[in-house]
Design a protein around this ligand. Structure first.
Ligand code: C2E
Ligand code: CA
Ligand code: CA
Length: 767
C-alpha cells in the first residue's frame, strides 16, 4: 500500500512537472499505467480465487477488465516506446482499453443489491434519472465532441464513441450500486472511486482524441494511474462477504446519491448557458427528461409514504388489540376489563346506572393441565370462553383475567343473579377437549353495585367479586355466591387469625389434651397423643382451623415450640408423681417443621431442659412433609432417630406415598388413618384395603396403630386382622393431663380398664 502510494505520487510529480522532458514523461506514464493495471488485475484475480458466489464472478470480471486494459496499454506502449511512433487509431490497443468498461460494468452489475418489489419502481426511476443526467454531462463534454468530430471512418467513429458511451454506462451503474448499498464497504468504495477515475480519464481521452489534442502524459493520464492504483488496493481491503455476496436489503433507505449526477448535469447546462452556448436538442430533451424523472420519483415517494402511514396505523391498531386482549381466547384481558369497570363506575356516579361484576374460576383446571397437558388445557379454556360468551348478552364484557379465571361486567340493567345462574348452568355439562369429555365446574362469585349505593372504587368491586368467588369455592364445586358485607378475604381473615393466635401463644392460652393409645388385646396404655386446644372467648377454635392458619401465617414454629415444651413438662411431671414410666407421648409435627434442619437441636434442648429421656417422645409426621424436600426430611429424621426419638407416620393411606421415599425415613410406627377404620366392619372391600395397609406396615417391621376406633365392631375386626394398637373415642377421648393423673399415679392403674366396657369411664370433659 505504501509502495503503491509512493508510486502514484512519483508518477504525479513527473506528469505535473514534465520532469526529464517529453520522452521521460511518456515512458513513465506508459509503464506505470501498465504496471498498475496489471497489479489491479492480479489483486482482483486473487480476490476472485478466495471468494465464492456472485462476488467471485464480480471480482473475476474486474480482473478481466483490468487485464484487458493492461494488454491494451502494452500494445500502446509497444508502438510509442519500442517502435517509436504514435499509436494508430483505432488499433488493437483500443480493443484492450474498451474491455475495461465492459468488465467493470459486469463487476458492478453483479454487486447490485437486490431490492424488494416495493423498492423496484423507485430503483428503476433512480437508474433512469442517473442515466439521463449523466448523458447530459457526457453529451455536453466528451460524447458530444466525439459525435461532432465524425470525419473518420464509421469504424473509428464507433470505437471513439465506445469510450464515452461505455463510461456512461459504468458511471451510471456505479451510482446505482453505491446508492443501493446498505452498508459502507471500504472495498466497494475503493472500487467505485477507481472505476470513476478511470472512466473520467477515458472520457477525457476520447474528448482529447476527438479534438486532436491528446498526447501521452497529459494530466488525464493521472486518472488511469490513480484509478488502477485504487483498484489494486480495493481487493486487499474488501471484507470477505457472505456466501451470496450481494446483500439483500428488505427496504433500501432512499439514497441521495442519484441526485449528484442531476446536480452535475444542471451545473454543466447552466455553465454552458452562462458562456452563451445554447443547448442542443439532445441536451434539452435529456434535461427535460431528468426533471420529469425527478418529479416522478418525488411523487412515487409521496405515494410510498402514504402507504407507509396506512401500514403503520394498521399495525398500531393490531398492537393495541394485542395489548388489551387475551391471545388464547380473544377475550378482553385484565387491563381492558379494569378500564371498562372504571368506565361503568363513572356512569354509576353520574347517571346512577347499576352494574355487576361476576368472577368465574374453573374448579379442576389445574388437574386437567397437569394430567392431560397444557394443550388440552388451552383447548378447554377456548371452549369455556365460547360457552360463556353464549350465556351472556351482547352488551356484557367478558374477559379472561389470567389462568382459568374469567370475569364478566354486566352493565345494561337486567337481572345479574339470573346471568350468574345461567353461567353456572352452562358450565355444568361436560366439555370436549383433547378428544375427551371433561367435567369441569366453575365457582362463580357476584357483586352488584345498586343504583342508590355510593360508588365504590374499581379495586373494591373486583375484590368483592373475588371474595364471593372464593366463598363459592369453599362451599363446593360448581357453586355460586353473591358478595355480602360479612364476607372477608382469606388474607383478611388470616391477618386477624395471626394477631389473635400470636397473642394466645404469647400468653400461653394454647393448652394440650391427651388421648390414650392402647393395646387392644389387654387394654394396657401404650402412650398418649398430645393435641392442641385453643379456647377463645369461651369458644373452641378447632385445630383443623388454627393449625393450617398457623402454617399460613408463619406461627407454626411458635406453636410447635409451645407444644414441645408443654409435652416435655407434662412427661416430667407425670414421672415425678406416677409409678409408670414406660409409656410414650406423641406430638404432631407440621410438614414444614420436618424439613427444618434446626428442629432436632430444638427438640433435644427441650428434652434436656425438662430431664426427659428421648425415648419417651414420639413425633407424628405426615407424608406431605416428607415430600417437600426429601434431603432435608431425611437429614432431620435421621438425626432425631439417632437421638432415640420415635417417629410415627400419621394419617397413613391418605397421602400420596412414594414407597421409595418412605424407605429412606427411619420410622418406628404407622398410624392408619381413620378413613380406613370407619367402614371396616361393614364393607368387605374396605376391610381388604385395611388388611393390605396393615400387612405393609408389618412387613416393614413397623408398629401399626389404628386411628379413630369408635365402635366395638371396628375393634374386633382390627384384632382379627392382627392390629393390636388403637386410638379412638372408644378407647379414650382426648382429655387434659389432669384426667389421666390418677390412672398413672395409682399402682393399680398400670393398665387402663378394658376398653370394651370401660371406655366411657375415661371420657374426657371434652364430650
Ligand atoms: P390427627 O393428628 O390425625 O389427630 C387425631 C384427630 O382425630 C384429633 O382431632 C382427635 O381428636 C381425633 N379423634 C381421635 N379419636 C377419634 C375418634 O374415635 N373418632 C373421630 N371422629 N375423631 C377422633 P383434633 O384434635 O381435632 O386434631 C385434628 C388435627 O389437628 C390432628 O389430626 C392434627 O393433624 C392437628 N393437630 C392437633 N394438634 C396439633 C398440634 O399440636 N400440632 C400440630 N402440628 N398439629 C396438631
Ligand atoms: Ca396425629
Ligand atoms: Ca392422624
Amino acid at each position: 500500500m505504501v509502495a503503491a502510494s509512493i508510486g502514484v505520487v512519483g508518477v504525479a510529480v513527473v506528469l505535473l512537472t514534465g520532469f526529464g522532458g517529453r520522452g521521460t514523461v511518456r515512458g513513465v506514464a506508459d509503464i506505470s499505467e501498465m504496471v498498475f493495471a496489471a497489479g489491479a488485475a492480479a489483486t482482483a484475480g486473487w480476490r476472485a480465487y478466495n471468494t465464492r458466489g456472485r462476488l467471485r464472478l464480480s471480482w473475476a470480471a474486474l480482473a478481466g477488465g483490468c487485464g484487458g486494459w493492461a494488454l491494451g496499454e502494452g500494445v500502446w506502449s509497444w508502438y510509442e516506446l519500442v517502435v517509436g511512433r504514435a499509436t494508430p487509431f483505432p488499433s488493437l490497443a483500443d480493443l484492450g482499453f474498451l474491455l475495461f468498461p465492459v468488465g467493470a460494468s459486469v463487476a458492478l452489475a453483479l454487486r447490485a443489491t437486490r431490492v424488494s418489489t416495493g423498492d423496484r419502481r423507485r430503483s428503476l426511476l433512480d437508474s433512469l434519472t442517473v442515466t439521463a443526467s449523466l448523458t447530459v454531462v457526457s453529451w455536453t463534454t466528451a460524447l458530444g465532441a466525439v459525435a461532432d468530430a465524425r470525419d473518420n471512418s464509421l469504424f473509428s467513429f464507433v470505437v471513439s464513441m465506445g469510450y464515452p458511451a461505455l463510461d456512461l454506462a459504468v458511471l451510471t451503474l456505479l451510482v446505482i450500486v453505491l446508492s443501493r448499498s446498505t452498508s459502507t464497504r471500504v472495498g466497494l468504495v475503493l472500487v467505485g472511486l477507481g472505476i470513476a477515475a478511470i472512466a473520467l480519464a477515458d472520457s477525457a481521452f476520447a474528448y482529447l482524441t476527438a479534438t486532436g489534442t491528446y498526447e501521452t502524459g497529459v494530466i488525464a493520464d493521472l486518472g488511469w494511474v490513480v484509478g488502477f492504483a485504487l483498484l489494486m488496493l480495493a481487493p486487499v481491503f474488501a471484507h470477505p462477504a457472505p456466501e451470496d455476496g450481494a446483500d439483500v436489503a428488505s427496504h433500501v433507505a432512499p439514497s441521495r446519491l442519484p441526485y449528484v449526477p442531476v446536480v452535475l448535469a444542471l451545473t454543466v447546462v447552466v455553465s454552458g448557458l452562462v458562456q452563451g452556448r445554447t443547448p442542443d436538442l439532445v441536451v434539452t430533451s435529456l434535461a427535460g427528461l431528468t426533471v420529469a424523472l425527478v418529479l416522478l420519483r418525488q411523487y412515487s415517494f409521496m405515494c410510498e409514504n402514504a402507504q407507509l402511514v396506512t401500514t403503520l396505523s394498521e399495525r398500531e391498531e393490531q398492537l393495541r388489540h394485542q395489548a388489551f386482549h387475551d391471545a388464547l381466547t380473544g377475550l378482553a384481558n385484565r387491563a381492558l376489563f379494569q378500564d371498562r369497570v372504571m368506565h361503568a363506575l363513572d356512569l354509576h356516579r353520574r347517571d346512577m346506572r347499576s352494574l355487576a361484576v361476576l368472577f368465574c374460576d374453573l374448579d379442576d383446571f389445574k388437574l386437567v393441565n397437569d394430567t392431560l397437558g397444557h394443550q388440552v388445557g388451552d383447548e378447554l379454556l377456548v371452549r369455556v370462553a365460547e360457552r360463556l360468551r353464549g350465556a351472556l348478552r351482547s352488551g356484557d364484557t367478558l374477559a379472561r383475567l389470567g389462568g382459568d379465571e374469567f370475569a364478566v361486567l354486566l352493565e345494561d340493567g337486567g337481572d345479574p343473579w339470573s346471568v350468574a345462574r345461567q353461567v353456572v348452568d352452562v358450565m355444568a355439562s361436560s366439555f370436549t377437549a383433547g378428544g375427551r369429555a371433561l367435567a369441569v365446574h366453575a365457582s362463580v362469585g357476584l357483586t352488584v353495585v345498586e343504583r342508590e349505593a355510593p360508588t365504590p372504587t374499581a379495586a373494591t368491586v373486583l375484590a368483592q367479586a373475588d371474595t364471593a368467588m372464593y366463598a363459592a369455592k369453599r362451599t363446593g364445586k360448581g357453586c355460586f355466591r353473591a358478595f355480602e358485607p360479612g364476607m372477608e378475604l382469606t388474607e383478611v381473615r388470616d391477618e386477624s387469625l395471626r394477631r389473635r393466635l400470636s397473642s394466645a401463644l404469647a400468653q400461653g392460652r394454647i393448652s394440650l389434651v391427651y388421648q390414650p393409645i392402647m393395646d387392644m388385646t389387654d387394654g394396657v396404655l401404650l402412650g398418649f397423643e398430645a393435641l392442641a386446644r385453643w379456647k377463645e372467648n369461651g369458644q373452641d377454635v378447632p385445630p383443623d382451623v388454627f393449625v393450617p392458619g398457623a402454617e399460613r401465617t408463619g406461627l407454626i414454629g411458635a406453636l410447635t415450640e409451645l407444644v414441645l415444651d408443654q409435652v416435655c413438662a407434662q412427661v416430667a411431671a407425670w414421672d415425678r408423681a406416677g409409678v409408670r414410666r414406660d409409656f410414650t407421648v406423641a406430638m404432631n409435627v407440621s410438614p414444614r417443621t420436618v424439613v427444618d434442619r434446626a428442629f432436632p437441636d430444638q427438640v433435644m434442648a427441650a428434652l434436656r431442659r425438662h430431664g426427659v429421656p428421648a425415648g419417651r417422645l414420639v413425633l407424628e409426621i405426615t407424608e406431605s412433609g416428607l415430600l417437600t424436600d426429601l434431603d432435608a426430611a431425611h437429614d432431620v429424621t435421621r438425626r432425631l432417630d439417632a437421638h432415640g426419638i420415635g417417629l410415627s407416620l400419621d394419617d397413613f393411606g391418605t397421602g400420596y406415598s412414594s414407597l421409595t421415599h418412605l424407605s429412606r425415613i427411619p420410622l418406628r410406627s404407622l398410624k392408619i388413618d381413620q378413613a380406613f377404620v370407619e367402614g371396616l366392619d361393614r364393607d368387605e372391600r374396605q376391610s381388604r384395603f385395611t388388611d393390605a395397609l396393615l400387612r405393609f406396615g408389618a412387613n416393614l417391621g413397623l408398629e401399626v396403630i389404628a386411628e379413630g376406633v369408635e365402635r366395638v365392631e371396628q375393634l374386633d375386626r382390627l384384632r382379627q386382622l392382627g392390629c393390636d394398637r388403637g386410638q379412638g373415642f372408644l378407647l379414650g377421648r382426648p382429655a387434659p393431663a389432669l384426667a389421666w393423673d390418677a390412672l398413672l399415679a395409682g399402682s393399680a392403674a398400670s393398665a387402663v380398664p378394658r376398653p370394651r366396657s370401660e371406655a366411657p369411664a375415661t371420657t374426657s370433659p371434652e364430650t
